[in-house]
Every structure is written in C-alpha cells, then in structure tokens.
Write a protein that binds this ligand. Sequence first.
Ligand SMILES: [Zn+2]
Length: 486
Amino acid sequence: MLLSTLAAASLAIPSDPAALERALASVNPLGICADVRFLASDELEGRDTPSQGLRLAARYLRARLERLGFQPAGDAGYFDLYELLESGLDAEASGVALLAGEGETALVLGRDYVTYGTSARELEGAVVYVGLGSAEDLRALDLRGRWALTLDEVNARDREAWRAWNERVERVRATGALGILTAPVPGSASAAERDERLARAARGALEPRLRLPEPPGGDDERRERGPDFPTLTLASTVAHTLLGPGPTPAVGQELALRVRERRRPRAEERLVLENVAGLWPGSDPELAREVLVLTAHYDHVGKSGGEIYNGADDNGSGTAALLAVAEALRAHGPLRRSVLLLWVSGEEKGLLGSRAWTRAPTLPETHRAVVNLNVDMVGRNAPERLLVTPSAKLGDYNGLTRLAERLAPLEGFPELGAADEYWRRSDHVNFAEELGIPVAFLFAGEHEDYHRPGDDADKIDCDKVKRVARLLVRMLDGLQADELDL
Ligand SMILES: [Zn+2]
C-alpha cells in the first residue's frame, strides 16, 4: 500500500484523479452522435472550403466554446482569419480550335479536352502523328512549332505506366514540339472508360485552385517549377475527327489541320477563411504558457456531380471528438498547462488552414505551442482499430506517440497500428514542420466511403469516437508533469 502510494506520488504528482474521472465520465456517445449528425447534415453541403456550410459549422463550434467558457483564441474572437488566393481558368476565354482551310471547329474545355494548369498561353501549329512515341520513332523527327499527336493506352495508371508516360513526354519535348495531344488507341474497347476518366479530370481541372499568399521572402514553389509542357487530352469523339475515317496515319505524317489552344486565367481573388480556436487556460503560472494544441479539420470536399459529400467520418468524427474534449475540460477544470482546441479549415485543399495557423499562431505572446495532437477520421472500421503516426518506424517517433500507445488499451484499443503513410496527409505535419514540435496523429483508417457521398452520419460508431475523445483527455492529463520529456 505504502509502496504503491509512493510510486504513484513520484510518478504523476500533477494529475488530479478525481478531476480526470469527472472529465472521462462527461464524454457521452449520444452527444457525439448529435454533433456528427449536425456537421454531416445536407444543409451544411459538405463543408467545402470556402462555402456557406463551412461558415455555419464554424459558428456551431464557436457557440459551443462560448457557452463552455473557453477563452477566444483567434485574432477575431474565436476565429483565426486567414487569407487564401483563388485562381482558376477563365473557361469562356479558354479553348481549342481545329483549323482546316477556312473552317474552324471549337473545342470546349472540360467536354472535348482537358488540360492542367492556369497560366496564360496561346499556341498554334500543325499536328504530326507520332503513334506511341517510341524513342526510335521520335529520334528522326523535328517537331519544332508543331503539336505531337500520340496515343494513350487506357490501362491503369500504375507507377510503371506513369514512369513510361513521363519518359514519352520527355522524348516529345526533346523534339521541340509545341505540346502533346493525346488520343485513345483507335477502336479501343475501353474508350468509354477513358472518357469517364476524362470527365472526372475535367471537373478537377476546372475547379478553382486555392493557395496561401507567400510569406514575405518565401519562395513560390509553383513559379520555381516553371511552365509544364502543354498536354491536351482529347475526348475520343474529338480524336476521331482529328484522325479522320481513313487508315491510321504513318508516324511522322502531318495531318491536314492546325490546332490552336488559348488558355486564360481568371483574375486572382482574395478569400478570407476561418479556423476556430478556444483556449482552456492552465492553472500553473509557469506551465500555463506551454500550450497543448489539439486539432481536427472541420472542412470537407463539398458537392460534386449533384451529390453532397457529407464527410461524417472525414472529419465530422474528429470535429465532434474535440467538442467532447471541450466538455470534458469543462468538467475537469483547468489542467496545469493550457490547452488549445483548434478546428482548421482548408485541409482538403492542401492542409491550408493549419499551415496558416502554424505560420502565425494566435496565442498570447507569452505562450507557445509545445505539442500537437491531431484527429482525423476516427469513427469507422473495427471498434478496436486505431492507428497512429509517427510510429516507432519513423524518425519523428516521440513521447507523444508512446503516451498514446500506453493509454490506448484503457479505451479499448489494445494495440495502435501505424499510420505512417498518412504522415503528410493531415494537419499535424504542419505543426511538425513549421513549429518543430512533437506531434501525434490518431486515425482509424480509410473505408469504402472515403471521399464519397456515402460518408454519412448513420455509419459512425459514436462509441468509438467517444473512446478516442477519452483517450485524448487521458493524454492531456498525462502531459502535466513539471518537465515534458517527449
Ligand atoms: Zn480528413
């Protein structure tokens, strides 16, 4: 008895067991289900960045922080406002024309062809058929000022196929060609499949691009990379028009038409987005300056093809888990260190909200972030399945992960799997890279509804989300020693 009391005292002086029990008991699966149902309701239209649905979700989170007595921790109350630049193609002013004699056929971007990138360009030239673009075929050709028309096989775009394709592009580029036109192999049975892929790609190509303004003195990676080699992927109907009804042309043969492509960007727009931030101040005058940051992204991918992508698991689940932690903290009272609950937007557009925050953290001047725990997609798959990164296999493996591994069995996760292939795919990576602090990412794995309209609230295992929230509470409680050795 005495011995164990001593051991406990020397180990974990700062923990308040009664407060921890109150906090854990407050986490309620019905409340979590209710939150997920709201966040994943059709009325929020998939919480795209930016969208009205996203703004509504932010106000829901703010109201909860307010009523629980959290301190506003953004630069505008509970909101951390950040700027994004939106660029895209001017679809009206962009297009391709097939010029034959006096005639001109207009091709519509997104319907008849697809191209990537948004920089302005205007290219016109004759078209030379290069077949499969083998090294042997291309060696003898001088394509300066002309388009190379090449056949793309439909087969799966696996790594090997990509490598071969990129090599072909390089060979064509070396001939001095204006760019590449791609067409399906004539008579190929999988032309329909290719057109379907093209339609999907077209939606992506026409979508606006969002990026953070570069910090002063920063390099713009996009500019560094330089202009891509122009590639126009033609729909099969267009390819037929181009190749004509006759036999396939010989490699090196010039077709009886010219192709003109015009690409015009839209004027860049400035948008203001919101992260939501609430601070639960610590009780220790010194340690309260060390802030434990919990994150979950609250955005999703919006609507597409007339369907709403509700994102109940991605990331209604993590968003609701943090709301449950907010209530648990209220039940607990202050910890020694401060806790920041931070819901970020723009994750699905490239981890933008978390990058904005980590570049300009909205903490009191005396405070600094010391760890980040991030949760994303924790409401599906087997009840005991929970993954973590960085695992022991990664160089960034740290005391935070070890703490998660130690505490997870108490919440019905006997052994944490590794999620290391997701190291770069959620917001924690910005905390590791921009702030250089230890991070851990909890994730329950992908499933058949990942980034599909079927990611709905009725499929969420709310008891599982509850256990993840409780694990987070246990981890916060485990991070209260005088010194953090992570
Ligand atoms: Zn996600």
